[in-house]
Design a protein around this ligand. Structure first.
Ligand SMILES: Nc1nc2c(ncn2[C@@H]2O[C@H](COP(=O)(O)OP(=O)(O)OP(=O)(O)O)[C@@H](O)[C@H]2O)c(=O)[nH]1
Ligand SMILES: [Mg+2]
Length: 684
């Protein structure tokens, strides 16, 4: 089908687990003629949940893409749909989907009402400037009338039904285009009026027309454009009703997507920037087929059979088969040998991907998640503003269960980490420890299970060592003169420096205040190198140092004996000298902890937390007699909290942690850590 950019719609289905996203994805593909019969999550026959683990668990653990093509009076429409996991543990992949779409469809379970992830995804989508649609699913049961009120109360009066359930949830009636018929609740005419009033309000010209001549006075295009503006500006969040199971409202949803959801030219422009840090400037990618290519890789799939598949969204230009593309700032281009469209785990070869479309290339090892693909060095240094991913705080130290699989383990973990921005793998050489990090216990467990299933690697695991940091508590001066005379040429370098603490999170600053060339310019990088060696390995307990400013202000050199190594050594020792006088401190990670417990165990949980140096900030009641206790607690205190909480709540409690900040450890802990470090240093 020959669609244009105007015909493309990119939509991510997001929401709480079991809201029915995968079933709806299936129903939409069926209604769009992509599959003959809709599969079911229960039988493990859906396009989306194709991984064995997903079938077993009857839940999605990865994002999956498929497209629907339809012809309509307004031209050919190509809908790229992304199904996402609702499980909070897998919100890494879910969030990546938001970087590729104009519309975020938040699916709400009519049986359960607004749930935790409904809130969370509404916020993420809003922060990203996406058009938002609330899809109330499971209207074959549930109290939709109450839910509409709840949605408006929670998310604002801009949430307005665009259709309403009818015939006891067996069908829906349109409230926008042809407001006729009887709904199960509310008046269709009233719902129509409310949505029109809301839409015309966005734009003065449209408003004037409307006031002068009524709705009949508005041209279809005018109303359409005002609708798009409302979606862009968050002035309207349409609510629509479906039953993914019975198919009620599904065809109407497809029509709505086609007729009213933004195409890539109508959504808010993607937040690209050129450069990094403070000097990064926003740039706009223009969805013009003829311009240079700019595409962003938002998903990597490591298929054990097909190899690495890099899925990207084109923002500008056309990606064509047999052309060459550059990756980020790389010099060497790769050839687009084969170009694919995805349909669940299957893929179909295509010749080109136009602006706004989603496509994939296979077997290009150099591509990584979030890479920008482009075809001109003019577009070097361009990046999509990253999404706000949670920092993974649950850690496990892993080693292969069978000797000799070390290399295979490292490769497999690296591949898994490429697919999920909230799953990380790091090898700490110093501690000789391989650590995986994720968002929860379950997240790590399932990722390791996936590794076993896909790559046949099994691991033994234990709690990892805590990532302490070092810093200084005050200002101090440091000095060192490095002088060596061994037979031939000598070594000479002398450094005077000052150090001072930076605010928490301030990182590291190196300041050159040398006057009169007492340390010649060419040796300053050597001094910094010496200082950085200390930063990396710490001074008192072997942990990275942070939040410190180092000001080099004086020194001495020798025209013959001054060499780089001499200034590296002098810089390092001068810095160590200053640190010992500046009240060295060890910092520990503090996390925000949410513990979900049945009402009755609340006392035990808060009591338990009190003995863990936790600061409890409050409790909230959740649905179903559950409470959430919120606290800040040192990570070191809760490495084995899972076991304790399980015992305390007969398996009913669960918890989530998110990195908050670093704080100094108590004096006693500092003493232990320093003592533990000494023998290690003496051995060397
Ligand atoms: N009654 C009814 N049940 C539905 C409907 N849609 C989905 N379900 C059921 O709800 C359960 C969850 O459906 P899924 O489609 O797996 O939900 P999901 O949102 O993809 O869940 P995650 O992948 O875990 O985030 C399954 O048992 C479905 O059969 C519906 O419209 N009506
Ligand atoms: Mg699912």
């Amino acid at each position: 089908m020959a669609y244009t950019t105007e015909g493309i719609r990119n939509i991510a289905l997001v929401g709480h687990s079991a809201a029915g996203k995968t079933t709806l994805f299936e129903a939409l593909l069926h209604a769009g003629g992509v599959i003959q019969t809709p599969g079911s999550v229960e039988r493990g026959t859906t396009v989306s949940d194709y991984e064995p683990m997903e079938k077993d668990r009857k839940q999605s653990l990865n994002t999956v893409i498929a497209s629907i093509d339809r012809s309509s009076a307004s031209g050919d429409c190509h809908i790229n749909l992304i199904d996402t996991p609702g499980a909070a543990d897998f919100r890494g992949p879910t969030l990546t989907a938001l970087a590729a779409v104009e519309t975020c469809a938040i699916v709400v379970n009519a049986h359960n009402g607004i749930e935790f992830n409904t809130h969370r995804m509404m916020e993420h989508a809003k922060a990203r400037g996406l058009a938002r649609v609330l899809i109330v699913n499971k209207i074959d049961g549930g109290n939709c009338r109450a839910l509409v009120e709840q949605l408006r109360e929670t998310f604002g009066p801009e949430c307005l039904p665009i259709n309403l359930p009818a015939q006891d949830g067996k069908s829906v009636v349109d409230c926008f285009f042809k407001p006729q018929g009887v709904a199960d609740f509310s008046s269709v005419a009233e719902a129509h009026q409310r949505i029109i009033d809301q839409v015309v309000e966005i734009n003065e010209t449209v408003m004037d027309h409307f006031l002068d001549q009524g709705e009949e006075g508005l041209s279809g295009q005018e109303l359409h454009d005002a609708f798009e503006q409302c979606l862009r500006e968050g002035h309207l969040v349409p609510v629509c009703f479906v039953s993914a199971r019975t198919g009620a409202g599904v065809k109407e949803l497809l029509d709505f997507i086609d007729r009213l959801l933004p195409n890539p030219m109508e959504g808010n422009p993607p937040p690209f920037v050129k450069g990094t840090g403070a000097t990064a400037t926003p740039i706009s990618a223009v969805p013009d087929q003829k311009k240079h290519v700019i595409a962003d890789v938002f998903k990597i799939v490591n298929d054990p059979f097909v190899g690495k598949l890099s899925v990207f969204r084109v923002y500008q230009g056309t990606v064509k088969k047999d052309t060459q593309l550059l990756i980020d700032d790389g010099k060497k281009p790769f050839k687009v040998g084969h170009l694919f469209k995805l349909k669940g785990k299957d893929h179909v070869e295509i010749d080109q991907a136009i602006p706004g479309d989603i496509a994939a290339v296979a077997k290009i090892e150099e591509i990584h998640f979030d890479a920008v693909l482009h075809d001109s060095h003019d577009e070097d240094q361009i990046h999509l503003r990253p999404l706000d991913y949670p920092v993974p705080m649950f850690g496990l130290a892993v080693e292969p269960a069978h000797k000799g699989q070390e290399q295979k383990l490292a490769v497999s973990l690296h591949k898994l980490a490429e697919e999920d921005p909230c799953f990380r793998y790091e090898h700490n050489k110093e501690l000789n420890e391989s650590v995986v990090r994720g968002l929860s216990d379950l997240h790590l467990k399932l990722m390791l299970e996936r590794m076993k299933e896909r790559y046949g690697v099994e691991v033994k695991s234990r709690p990892p060592k805590i990532a302490y940091r070092e810093t200084v508590g005050g200002k101090a001066e440091g000095h060192h003169r490095h002088k060596k005379q061994t037979g031939g040429a000598g070594q000479f370098g002398e450094v005077f420096l000052r150090i001072e603490p930076l605010p928490r999170g301030g990182g590291f600053e190196f300041v050159d205040e040398v006057k009169g060339g007492t340390i010649p310019n060419q040796f300053l990088p050597a001094v910094e190198k010496g200082v950085r060696q200390v930063l990396e390995h710490g001074a008192v307990a072997g942990y990275q140092m942070q939040d410190v400013r180092v000001i080099v202000y004086d020194g001495k050199y020798h025209p013959v004996d001054s060499k780089e190594v001499a200034f590296v050594a002098a810089g390092k020792k001068a810095f160590l000298d200053a640190i010992t006088k500046a009240r060295p401190q060890i910092l520990e990670p503090i996390v925000n902890l949410d513990v979900f417990v049945p009402d009755a165990q609340m006392g035990d949980v808060t009591g338990g937390l009190a003995s863990k140096r936790a600061r409890i900030s409050g409790t909230d009641s959740m649905r179903g007699g559950e409470l959430v206790v919120k606290a800040q607690v040192p990570l070191a205190e809760i490495t084995d909290y899972q076991t304790e909480l399980k015992a305390m709540t007969a398996g009913k409690g669960r918890y989530a942690i998110e990195f908050s900040h670093y704080d100094p450890v108590p004096a006693q802990v500092q003493k232990q850590l320093v003592e533990a470090y000494k023998p290690r240093v003496e051995e060397e």
